[in-house]
Write a protein that binds this ligand. Structure first.
Ligand code: ATP
Length: 298
């Protein structure tokens, strides 16, 4: 589907994106991650054809991005960009027309999405009269009204309450099921973990971590021992292989440098009474992200 090959983009002397390559397959949800200023927006803008003075290649189904192809891309920007004096209907017609759609088709699709997002009654209301969450729904509809083959979602859940987060999640997964390829960007690693099969992490425009999420987790050396019971934290902290111990609820999370220490630590922990849980778990994407990005900055 989307292929980004050895792409470099400079603003003057600043290298915003540095020799970046990745591929997003049909119906795949791909994570593009990084701290502020890592080069994500620049990458999105190149994919959308809004920036073209870069080196390397960006293609969709083997073709370079032109107006015909960009009509099949949807983009939910991080900064909300609705024209607040317009009604929902006029706004979506405007966006749909920009994507070369017929008005009757836009209205038909809009009615479906308004119903799906439970905001049909706002169709003829001005955007400024809508709550932040409902404006976010309209913004989302504007990104998908053209039934994009590639959908770029930059922080799609910002400003949403938990019920609406669930609603958005369902819609995103339905779009994926129908074959839409999605690039997902968020600072909330638990959301990334939930959706993305593959990802790339950028630091100062360069990829520092890339691949399938399951492989990234499997290959990451540090593991967590999750233990419930009465342990001597101070004593365990001094054992070989133990990085740190934290407590979440009634669980101790013992971060270990690698899996080879599991056996000796199991032996040690078995000495304590009341151990009701001992499991070896992969670290969260958040832990991996902080560790990798932290190292890359040093
Ligand atoms: P954020 O998460 O804050 O949105 P980002 O990962 O999207 O950040 P970019 O906006 O792509 O990062 O910026 C990458 C780098 O390029 C930053 O150092 C930024 O200051 C710089 N930059 C972005 N746009 C321009 C521009 N138009 N002119 C000059 N420098 C720019």
């Amino acid at each position: 589907m989307l292929k980004v090959e050895h792409v470099t983009k400079k603003y003057g002397n600043l290298v915003a994106v540095n020799d970046l390559s990745f591929e997003v397959k049909d119906g795949c949800i791909f994570g593009l991650l990084g701290l502020n200023g890592a080069g994500k927006t620049t990458t999105f803008r190149m994919i959308l054809g809004l920036i073209d003075d870069y080196t390397g290649n960006i293609t969709i189904d083997g073709k370079h991005i032109d107006y015909v192809i960009s009509d099949k891309i949807g983009f939910l920007t991080e900064e909300r960009s609705l024209l607040t004096k317009m009604t929902v209907l006029d706004q979506i017609i405007y966006y749909g027309r920009l994507k070369s759609m017929e008005e009757s088709d836009i209205v038909k699709k809009l009615d479906y999405w308004l119903k799906r997002f439970e905001i049909s009654e706002y169709k003829n209301k001005k955007i400024k009269e809508l709550s932040k969450g409902n404006q976010q729904k309209v913004q989302f509809i504007s990104a998908i009204i053209n039934e994009p083959k590639l959908l770029i979602l930059d922080e799609p859940f910002s400003g949403l309450d938990p019920i609406n987060v669930e609603l958005f999640k369902k819609v995103i997964l339905d779009l994926q099921k129908k074959g839409t390829s999605i690039i997902f960007s968020s600072h909330r690693m638990e959301h990334v973990e939930l959706f993305c099969e593959e990802l790339v992490v950028l630091v100062k425009g360069k990829s520092v971590l890339q691949g399938k999420l399951t492989d990234i987790k499997k290959n990451y050396k540090k593991k967590n021992l999750v233990v419930v019971g009465d342990i001597d934290e101070d004593k365990l902290k001094k054992c070989d292989g133990v990085n740190k111990i934290t407590k979440e609820g009634n669980e101790y999370i013992i971060s270990i440098t690698d899996e080879t220490y599991v056996k000796s630590l199991f032996k040690e922990i078995s000495k304590y009474d009341n151990i009701t849980k001992f499991s070896v778990e992969d670290p969260s994407l958040n832990e991996i992200f902080i560790s990798i990005v932290g190292e890359a900055y040093e």
